[in-house]
Design a binder for this molecule. Structure first.
Ligand SMILES: Nc1ncnc2c1ncn2[C@@H]1O[C@H](COP(=O)(O)OP(=O)(O)OP(=O)(O)O)[C@@H](O)[C@H]1O
Length: 294
């Protein structure tokens, strides 16, 4: 069955959430169950003639942390926008928990999936606490007053993001890093089982970078939250992620566990960097120099 939406043709089809990883590699193939899957994606913007992302299949494994890495402009944010239904693909299907994402209504989707975007307008005239309460909108009816659960979720999110001392401040008057932490608190207040985080550590000092990644890790370990996170710091990706998806030129170069994906070849091909990768006692990347442009 096909639908026409805004001139774009869509087909209803089922997507198998299970995929096999590791065929042809050194280890045994493993079956991976995905919370979020997309197939045959082609994604562009109104001003782009060609798709900027083309991808036969992408998997975000359930209950795991997946890091999306790749050079500037390789399509990581565009991919997250499609996976979160913020950007309609020209073709292809995205499925969340086995159901096409376009079938969810807005609030229902927001109860399942939180998306920290890179493009946040920080409104003036609203306090940090008020903004974090906006994260609760999918859990509330229009006329509902704040419930005990809303209050608890907001307090927890404020605590997890470490913004308690900012709670009464005007959001518009915060620094870049402070704003980033407040957006993180808002998405955590949504209390979703799936989190898509686009460069959550941008603008943050080292302490807050680690704190945010440790929080993400804790939510994953203790509550089984599925995470897809765009990171520029490959060492952080290696440290915190169970899986790495390496993107270049709008497609997926490779994906799998960090130990299999992060190689000297990948660093040269994808990042244009001559680097040494050591695997003992732990996976380490030592960049040596930027390779000349081709
Ligand atoms: N709103 C837009 N309109 C038109 N083209 C866009 C838009 N946003 C992104 N692009 C283009 O799409 C391509 C992929 O961009 P995207 O932001 O997804 O890359 P990225 O990997 O997230 O980059 P970065 O690491 O620099 O954030 C780039 O060529 C970019 O110029």
């Amino acid at each position: 069955m096909t639908h026409e939406t805004d001139g774009k043709e869509r087909s209803e089809r089922s997507i198998d959430a299970t995929t096999t990883l590791g065929d042809g590699g050194e280890g045994e193939p493993v079956e991976v169950e995905s919370a979020l899957v997309a197939e045959d994606l082609e994604v562009g913007y109104p001003t782009t003639e060609e798709p900027v992302v083309e991808c036969p299949r992408i998997d975000v494994p359930e209950g795991e942390i997946t890091a999306l890495v790749g050079p500037n402009g390789s399509g990581k944010s565009t991919m997250l926008k499609s996976l979160s239904n913020h950007l309609e693909p020209d073709s292809g299907v995205v499925a969340l928990n086995g159901r096409e994402i376009t079938e969810y209504d807005g609030k229902e989707l927001a109860r399942e999936l939180g998306h920290l975007s890179q493009e946040n307008d920080s409104p003036g005239g609203i306090t940090v606490e008020e903004l974090v309460y906006h994260g609760r909108y999918p859990h509330r009816g229009f006329f509902d007053s704040v419930s005990a659960e809303d209050h608890e979720a907001v307090e927890r999110a404020i605590d997890l993001a470490g913004v308690n001392d900012l709670r009464d401040r005007d959001v518009g008057a915060l620094s870049g890093g402070q704003k980033q932490l407040v957006w993180i608190a808002m998405v955590l207040a949504q209390e979703t089982d799936v989190l898509l985080l686009d460069e959550p550590t941008t603008f943050l000092d080292l302490h807050h970078q680690l704190r945010v990644m440790e929080t993400v890790s804790r939510l994953n370990e203790e509550e089984g939250v599925t995470v897809a996170v765009v990171l520029h710091d490959l060492s952080q990706a290696v440290r915190f992620a169970d899986y790495i998806i390496a993107m270049n030129d709008g497609g997926i170069y490779d994906w799998g566990p960090p130990g299999e994906v992060v190689t000297e070849q990948l660093l040269a091909d994808v990042f244009g960097v001559d680097a040494a990768v050591t695997r003992s006692p732990e996976l380490r990347i030592q960049p040596k120099r930027a390779l000349p442009d081709e």
